[in-house]
Design a protein around this ligand. Structure first.
Ligand code: SF4
Ligand code: SF4
Length: 63
């Protein structure tokens, strides 16, 4: 499983990008995306998916 970012909910705040332990989050302009092949739902790093915890707009959700 992996997480994804709902583009319409993302405001481009960038809070999630630097905190992803697997560097799965990147952006082109203000469009942030999660590379599903890199996202391990933070297993081994955090108890809960960090991007979802950090996101103020609930844009990070299970894919
Ligand atoms: S759930 Fe964790 S590993 Fe997956 S994109 Fe979010 S911060 Fe990165
Ligand atoms: S934390 Fe949420 S609103 Fe901010 S860039 Fe990431 S997905 Fe977008």
């Amino acid at each position: 499983m992996a997480y994804k970012i709902i583009t319409d909910l993302c405001n481009g705040c960038a809070a999630c990008e630097s905190e992803c332990p697997n560097h799965a989050i990147s952006h082109a302009g203000k469009v942030y995306t999660i590379d599903a092949s890199k996202c391990v739902e933070c297993e081994g790093s955090y108890d809960t998916p960090m991007c979802a915890d950090l996101c103020n707009t609930d844009a990070c959700v299970p894919a």
